[in-house]
Design a protein around this ligand. Sequence first.
Ligand code: SAH
Length: 342
Amino acid sequence: MENFLGTTEKTLKQYFVEWGVAPYRVHQVFTWVYHKEVRDFDLMTNLSKPLRQKLQATFYFSLPGLQEKFSSSDGSVKYLFSLEDGSTIESVWMPSDDRKTLCISTQVGCRLACSFCMTATLGLKRNLTAGEIIGQILKVNEDLGENDRITNVVVMGMGEPLDNYQPLVDALRLMVSPEGMRISNRKITLSTSGLVDKIKDFQEENIHVNLAISLNATLDEVRDQIMPINKKYPIHVLLDALRNYPLKPNRKFTFEYVMLAGINDTDDDAKRLGRLLKGIPSKINLIPFNRIEPGDYHPPSESRLLSFQNYLISRNYSVFIRKNRGTDILGACGQLAAQSSS
Ligand code: SAH
């Protein structure tokens, strides 16, 4: 038996060919499941009885289990989900005036070992399936009222999305498909530490979601230290790949830059960052380091942060300071699951 949630249209089509069922019926099944939110084949009245029985014998419906839910004073809600094998992952729902954004996970843990990141302390436990990736969105929508339905998705939770490539691509297709979840590709952002070969593969998929790159340093010796993946794909290799990426008109890359006091937050860093991104359609998000527990890193002072931001604004970049959300509920990437598994 397979989880229907996460099964691609292509896979279902293959079953239907095998069963001698007309391929257009794939759309009917998807419409029931994703548009009408029906999770019982027996209720799909425009399908023949034998087809319903075949579907029932092949697929089941499973969503992540809601283990715990934490509400922050800033309005965000953090979900701790338990999966079929008992693994736990987290998603964070963040409301703002005009949007409700869900941050979703793609792996249990992560193997990239970034020195400032809590998820890294878990190591990689396993990849999520496509069903577990989209299941976070479906489950949160089920839990919240109609007015709080998710409008935007950021793939920035636990794990490195491009390190779990095929399930991620299947999940993204289900999210953007008109027969699936119908989320506009402009409202989905995929965040990566910069796996250059996978970025090149991804441009062939024809899935035009926004890309965010966790740059986090302007010198290779610094990035090598805080993001070991930089030894494989140094800064200029990563930026060259982005220069050659077929970005759609009016789209920009988002560069995420976690600010670590005394490590990557000087005016020289700001100047180098301005030079490095020259010619790349960019938006920059400065993220003050979210301190988890006593450790070597600290967030920058407010004045340092503003000086860094102002310099880049003077060079005509769009630069935003991303306020940490849900710090009172361990809102940063991997904090909750890391705590619950220790
Ligand atoms: N692996 C992907 C997505 C998960 S990390 C990536 O690297 O982009 C999502 C973002 O959170 C990254 O930009 C990362 O640099 C940032 N991040 C991780 N730990 C953080 C912390 N303690 N404080 C602030 N930002 C953090």
